[in-house]
Ligand binder design. Structure first.
Ligand code: LFR
Length: 488
């Protein structure tokens, strides 16, 4: 089969991008053709995604992709949980709410009145996060918007709908809603009914690799593309595509999908729905090819990017490279915090919140920007250490290596700290794992490559750059730091 040129639309919390993957047997090359800012908007007391501006970025990106040559297909992935609500005419009823909006919290008690945390976990297998779609929808019960809604579409499904006219819910992302049964991989209708949500809100499920449709004539005209351009379902949850994009050589690996969030875990054939797993805050999101992404959401580089935003607004130095090299010169473990403290979720002054948490745990707060950055990185590495160890214990899988993919893989200090903290070799890269996973699933569906995840990953190993970090340092120092962070 000849090579294909496939566009990956990959929407992240701070930017969206359109990449073109050229793929065939033995070849996989990714080129970024368009990147655009994703700027959430606070309006009417709520935090929203500006989804029309994102869609305009997608159209610009497809136009740019088309200028580099004809396109054989398109796949879309983005962050999870947030939905756009459509009315009976298919019109978007409002901008999707951002998962960092505090208003979702009231939904938690409403859902727990119907199904307690234990019941929910045995059904949907999800780590408790206050912004999971089921809580968001429960929080909106009684609102005019939800009353008018006939369809709820997760962000990649919404973009796919606008590009093709098709209404569908891709299963890897549907698994983050809390409304999917993790065992049967179908909508959990008894829960939907018990919550009083109309079944029609939830579209038919599709799986990665399924054909979705073709670009509409209007989209072809807007983008200058021609012919019949198929849109294929991929792992539309960015983390699902990123896990496909892990260049692992065996199944004895843990991963960190390291971006705004750090998603830390292992790949399993079936969910782990035990009480211990729930207590440890592990999630069972669904992956490509029937796999389970058994992982924990760790607050991630959000702590760093929000600190930088705070400093920049205050007119302080805010150059990432300079801050990282200054942090490398700060002694380790000056202070460590629990990255998963819920106070870090909402946008705001992270350095102040970190200092507060240090004081509460009897530590001297960081005294400089460099010490704050060092505190964040040490604390993240500690969180990865704990999540990898717990994933191994709870799932019984053996892990010989930690693969880090996503933008954080570029952070050499964090990568070395991760190797030291986990006591395992780290393989860092590719940075664009989500777009690569997106392209690979499309390519396989179109017949340009064959095989299971192992074969797709072999192609990644043959074509993508990966940097190796070996563990060093004093392992007992990490155990001591873990105790100080309040999570030992
Ligand atoms: C990462 C991610 C996480 C999800 C969070 C919110 O981009 O998709 O997997 O928990 O965003 O949707």
């Amino acid at each position: 089969m000849a090579e294909l040129r496939l566009a990956a639309v990959d929407l992240g919390a701070s930017s969206g991008r359109v990449m073109v993957g050229e793929v065939g047997p033995g070849r996989l090359e990714l080129t970024e053709v368009h990147r655009f800012a994703n700027r959430p908007v606070h309006v009417g007391g709520r935090l929203h995604w500006d989804v029309l501006s994102l869609y305009a970025g997608v159209l610009d990106g497809l136009r740019a992709a088309g200028r580099t040559g004809p396109l054989d297909g398109v796949g879309i992935d983005s962050w999870a949980v947030d939905v756009g609500l459509l009315d009976g005419d298919g019109e978007l009823l409002g901008n999707p709410l951002h998962y960092r909006d505090a208003g979702h919290l009231v939904g938690v008690d409403r859902v727990h009145a119907v199904a307690d945390a234990g019941e929910l976990y045995r059904l949907n297998g999800l780590q408790h996060l206050p912004f999971t779609t089921v809580f968001q929808l429960a929080a909106r019960q009684g609102s005019a918007q939800l009353a008018a809604a006939r369809t709820a579409l997760l962000v990649p499904d919404l973009v796919a709908h606008w590009l093709t006219g098709v209404v569908a819910a891709e299963v890897t992302n549907a698994s983050t809603t809390g409304l999917l049964d993790a065992g049967t991989r179908q909508w959990a209708w008894p829960l939907v009914d018990a919550l009083g949500l109309p079944r029609e809100l939830l579209p038919p499920l599709v799986s990665p690799g399924d054909p979705l449709g073709v670009l509409t004539p209007a989209v072809l005209e807007q983008t200058g593309l021609t012919g019949s351009v198929p849109v294929t379902a991929v792992g539309s949850h960015d983390t699902a595509s990123a896990v496909v994009g892990v260049p692992a050589a065996s199944d004895r690996f843990a991963y960190v999908s390291c971006g705004t969030w750090s998603l830390v875990g292992v790949e399993l054939p079936a969910p782990v729905l035990t009480d211990d797993s729930r207590a440890a805050g592990f999630t069972n999101e669904l992956g490509v090819d029937g796999t389970v992404r058994y992982l924990r959401n760790v607050m991630g580089l959000w702590l760093l990017s929000e600190s930088i935003r705070t400093w920049s607004a205050a007119g302080l130095p805010a150059d990432l490279a300079e801050l990282l090299s200054a942090a490398a010169r700060v002694p380790a473990f000056t202070a460590v915090v629990d990255c998963d403290d819920p106070r870090f979720l909402a946008p705001g002054d992270m350095p102040a919140r970190i200092a507060q948490l240090c004081s509460e745990t009897g530590q001297t707060p960081p005294q400089s920007q460099a010490e704050t950055v060092r505190c964040i990185l040490d604390s993240l590495a500690l969180a990865y250490r704990r999540a990898v160890r717990t994933a191994v214990e709870l799932s019984g899988t053996a892990v010989e290596v930690v693969h880090v993919v996503g933008g954080g893989a570029r952070n050499t200090l964090l990568m070395q700290l991760t190797a030291d903290a986990c006591g395992l070799p780290v393989r860092a890269g590719p940075v664009e794992a989500a777009a690569l996973g997106n392209v690979l699933v499309q390519a396989r569906a179109a017949g340009a490559v064959t095989g299971g995840l192992a074969e797709l990953r072999a192609l990644l190993r043959d074509t993508q750059d990966v940097v190796r970090y070996e563990p060093g340092g004093d392992p007992s120092a990490w155990a001591a730091a873990e105790r100080r962070s309040g999570r030992g």
